[in-house]
Design a protein around this ligand. Structure first.
Ligand code: PEP
Ligand code: MG
Length: 922
């Protein structure tokens, strides 16, 4: 029989618990339980239904595979035995007690239950846990196994502490109803609130056993009313339904969104971990906490244990943000309860050390203390901010635990963008007075308008591109899309490990949480500040996730700087990478940014972009609409002057580095007015051509499919004078810069949309002619090279012929994707998201290179080109320069990548990672 369940530290094929094989089978949480068990940490008993069963279940139409029922039943009883407890069904309990619970008095039942020979009831937590962590996105059911008879049994076993049994029961009814039956937990929250008010209680833990009895009765009634049937009493059914609900949570919308955001495939499935419950809510020497071996925000190591903790609480209370937890280090000095907390603190200290050694990384851990005994519930490599990621990498290398290569492999390149977030202008901060202060949960400075509802935040961002601060009492996993749409998150409840804080850190969103001095009323749409002032929806606020300060209005921001830690990561990357990193840049402003982030030249200047500037576009329009050669010649002179001065800027900024200028590319109609009669009238006057004639010209340039029409080098075949003007401007600018600076610019001239050898030769010859004219006129020379874009499959197919007559290629993978997939880059937005949601394509090919299709053409092009010129230079200037594409491009032998200025930094690190991985693969 196929083994689907692994018990208490067992692994597939006896693989090491920390192996990839174990993780792929047991999921992250199951693996961590196995690891912790095997290294001797105190873990309650558990078993794991492996990840693949989830897929079997879906494939069979939400039916358990044959054999699972028996295996599960055997495992749960084995677990009960291990824990010295029983997973009682009604019949079994009846036998042990000697009577049905309904036929004897509650007191008599409890008396019989108290007999030490009667084993106590096992309760379970049923927890999700996929291979890649989806923190908080899937479901978990706690306290499972409670019903009308086990609750009495446990009450009999704990005559002095019936409270925790009832507290667990009310939690279970609410959680099970919400997750398994689909009754919104809010109705239970409202009822709880009502009963707390009745008894004058503020916090849940203040409720007495009798008061909780009332809560339980009310919850059972509510659950029955809402579900239309009694709350399930059969514990086997409870377990079966809970396991199914955990399977189903793999596909809930927030897990789906999270996987899309983090590029996690949708076909993995989740494992289900069934663990013996331990009770942090048992009494005052119980509690639950979450810790990190180092700070996940900054990466700093403390001389105390970092984390948060709540006494007399279950784990959900710590992360839900409903109560603001206390710092774990307060345990160290806590004299109460005969020093139990001091002992727990030192036990935890040993656990922190052992786990960090085991994981060889920052570890995020969950624990529960039940009646003075510590239990570990989970451990994983901790999610971290970019700042922490860099600092940890450097510290682990300094501590001799990681090599530089290993450290770079731990860097998520895209996350480094967080270093580029603006921060508040220190000069402004001196003047601004914070209106309140919360916990600095996720760094950065965010300025936005208050919005309370996450759906509204998503809508306002999508429709109006508004900057939003999602402002809530606390956030829950349902809010993930609203959080993604916001620039920052502000909450009034919850600690450093609350959902808002953890998810914000992972998303790289600025977050201030646990801002307890403010009162957020989401229904009224108001925020009451400590000074009594009221802010309303859409009012502006500024939040500082580094200090926790909150300001009214908009505090001015300044650009980020490269921090010393980031510089170290970049320096290591530069030592290791072999791919060069250039930038796509059209202006000196772009060049300045790209140079700041370390670009090594320009890989693409879209020369037409310079014409889109308001002052220059008129000359372009006049050139296109000119009625005769004289008019066109006059417009071309103006254009040449504009271009030349722009090229001077680029060559000067790049200071001898290569500058690859591509000749005019887009269809001409893009330059002409469309539906703007005032512009047409102005042109008509200045050019002395009738409005009608201009309109006719514009109409005649209309094309059905302009992106595969009269564009690119085709323009230069029909109107050579435009390209000649551009080439002359390039040479004149280069000579001028050479004279002015004494540095020879790296001139590269590139032709777009090439499909044929003769076509390419036509432009190379044109370049030679222009060069001769300019060099003779200016009595000076500059070296230059000529290249071809590869943007159309035909260019890839004839790559050897093209390479034979030019100096380099640059893959225009935006167009190459469009032309290879027969998929318009401008219109794919209509269907691409659906393709991605349905899993028909792995990633958007306009974002990440389609390796199977376009990638094959890239490979073929390089092979063909290097078959005629072994050292032929190839680069890429399309948008597909994400880390995954860079790895592919490194492996197929590109020389450089070129990306937008703000991506240069990430690209440098991605190139290093690609080089390390390639070396390891060898
Ligand atoms: C490309 O097609 O990939 C490219 C860089 O050119 P453009 O985006 O300007 O068409
Ligand atoms: Mg292109």
């Amino acid at each position: 029989m196929q083994k689907r369940i692994y018990f208490c530290g067992e692994t597939p094929n006896n693989a090491a618990a920390d192996s990839k094989e174990a993780k792929n089978c047991l999921g992250g949480k199951g693996q961590s339980l196995a690891i912790m068990t095997n290294i001797g940490l105190p873990v309650p008993g558990f078993y794991t239904i492996q990840c693949n069963v989830c897929n079997e279940y879906f494939q069979a139409g939400n039916v358990w595979p044959a054999g699972l029922k028996e295996e599960n039943s055997m495992s749960v009883h084995k677990l009960a035995e291990k824990m010295g407890k029983r997973f009682y069904n009604h019949e079994q309990l009846k036998q042990v007690i000697g009577a049905d619970y309904q036929t004897i008095s509650v007191e008599e039942f409890k008396k019989r239950a108290a007999d030490p020979k009667v084993p106590t009831a096992l309760l379970l937590s049923v927890r999700s846990g996929a291979v890649q962590s989806l923190p908080g996105m899937m479901d978990t059911v706690l306290n499972l196994g409670l019903n009308e008879y086990t609750v009495r049994l446990l009450a009999g076993k704990n005559p002095d502490n019936e409270r925790y049994v009832l507290d667990s029961y009310r939690r279970f009814i609410m959680m099970f109803s919400d997750i398994v039956i689909g009754v919104d937990s809010k109705v239970f929250d409202l009822k709880l609130h009502e009963i707390k008010q009745k008894f004058g209680r503020v916090q849940d833990f203040e409720l007495t056993a009798d008061e909780l009895r009332e809560v339980v009765a009310a919850f059972l009634k509510l659950a029955e009313e809402k579900a239309g049937k009694p709350f399930p009493q059969d514990i086997d059914e409870q377990l079966y339904l809970a396991i199914n609900a955990v399977f189903a949570s793999w596909n809930n919308p927030r897990a789906f969104t999270y996987r899309n955001m983090n590029k996690i495939p949708h076909d993995g499935g989740t494992a289900v971990n069934i663990c013996a419950m331990v009770f942090g809510n048992m009494n005052n020497i119980s509690g639950s906490g979450v810790g990190f071996t180092r700070c996940p925000k900054t990466g700093v190591t403390f001389d105390y244990l970092y984390g948060e903790f709540l006494k007399n609480a279950q784990g959900e209370d710590v992360v839900a943000g409903t109560r603001t937890p206390i710092n774990i280090f307060t345990m160290r000095e806590d004299p109460s309860d005969n020093g139990i907390w001091k002992r727990i603190y030192s036990e935890l200290a040993a656990v922190y050390k052992k786990l960090e050694e085991q994981y060889n990384d920052l570890v995020d851990l969950e624990f529960t203390v039940e009646d003075g005994k510590l239990y570990m519930l989970q451990a994983r490599s901790g999610k971290r901010t970019a700042f922490a990621m860099a600092k940890l990498a450097i510290d682990f290398v300094k501590e001799g635990k990681w090599t530089k290569e290993h450290a770079l492999l731990q860097i998520e390149p895209n996350k480094l963008n967080e270093f580029l977030f603006p921060r508040f202008d220190p000069a402004e901060l001196k003047k601004a007075k914070p209106v309140t202060k919360g916990l600095s949960a996720s760094p950065g400075a965010a300025v936005g308008q208050i919005v309370f509802n996450p759906d509204k935040a998503t809508k306002l961002k999508a429709e109006n591109n508004m900057k939003i601060i999602l402002t809530r009492e606390e956030t829950s996993p349902e809010d993930i899309q609203g959080m993604a749409a916001a620039v920052g998150i502000l909450t009034s409840c919850g600690g450093q490990t609350s959902h808002a804080a953890v998810v914000a850190r992972q998303m790289g969103k600025t977050c201030v949480c646990g801002c307890s001095e403010i009162h957020i009323d989401e229904h009224k749409g108001t925020v009451k500040l400590p000074n009594g002032e009221i802010l309303h929806e859409l009012d502006w606020i500024s939040i500082d996730g580094t200090t926790g300060n909150v300001y009214k209005g908009q505090v001015a921001q300044i650009d980020a700087e490269i921090t010393p830690e980031l510089q170290v990561i970049l320096d290591w990357s530069d030592e290791i990478r072999t791919l060069k990193v250039r930038t796509n840049s059209d202006t000196k402003k772009d060049c300045a940014i790209a140079l700041k982030y370390g670009c090594e030249g320009i890989g693409l200047t879209r020369s037409e972009h310079q014409f889109f500037e308001k002052s220059k576009i008129k000359a372009m329009r006049k050139m296109i609409l000119a009625k005769d050669d004289a008019m066109r010649a006059k417009a071309l002179i103006d254009l040449k002057n504009y271009q030349k001065s722009d090229f001077v800027d680029l060559f000067t900024a790049m200071d001898g580095r290569p500058v690859n200028i591509r000749l005019l590319d887009p269809p001409l109609h893009e330059f002409l007015p469309s539906g703007q009669p005032e512009l047409i009238a102005e042109l008509s006057k200045e050019m002395n051509i009738s409005v009608q004639e201009i309109q006719e010209q514009i109409d005649s340039l209309h094309e059905q499919n302009p992106m595969i029409g009269f564009r690119g080098c085709r323009l230069g075949v029909v109107y050579p004078e435009i390209n000649e003007m551009q080439i002359k401007a390039i040479f004149e600018a280069a000579i001028e810069v050479k004279k002015a600076t004494g540095k020879v610019p790296g001139v590269e001239i590139m032709f777009p949309f090439i499909i044929a050898e003769k076509e390419l030769k036509y432009f190379i010859d044109m370049t030679t002619r222009c060069k001769e004219i300019v060099f003779a006129e200016l009595k000076d020379e500059v070296p230059y090279t000529c290249g071809s874009m590869v943007e159309i499959p035909r260019a890839a197919i004839v790559a050897d012929k093209l390479a034979a007559i030019c100096d380099y290629f640059s893959f225009g993978t935006n167009d190459l994707t469009q032309t290879t997939l027969g998929c318009s880059r401008d219109d794919s937005g209509r269907f691409m998201p659906v393709y991605l949601n349905k899993g028909l394509l792995k990633a958007d090919p306009f974002v990440s290179l389609d390796q199977e299709g376009v990638g094959e053409l890239v490979k073929m092009t390089i092979q063909k080109a290097r078959s005629v010129k072994p050292n032929f230079k190839v680069g890429i200037c399309g948008e597909q320069t994400d880390p995954v594409s860079i790895e592919f491009l490194h492996n197929v032998g590109l020389n450089y990548i070129s990306c937008s200025p703000f991506r240069v930094m990430v690209a440098r690190v991605s190139c290093a990672i690609a080089a390390i991985k390639a070396k390891m693969a060898k």
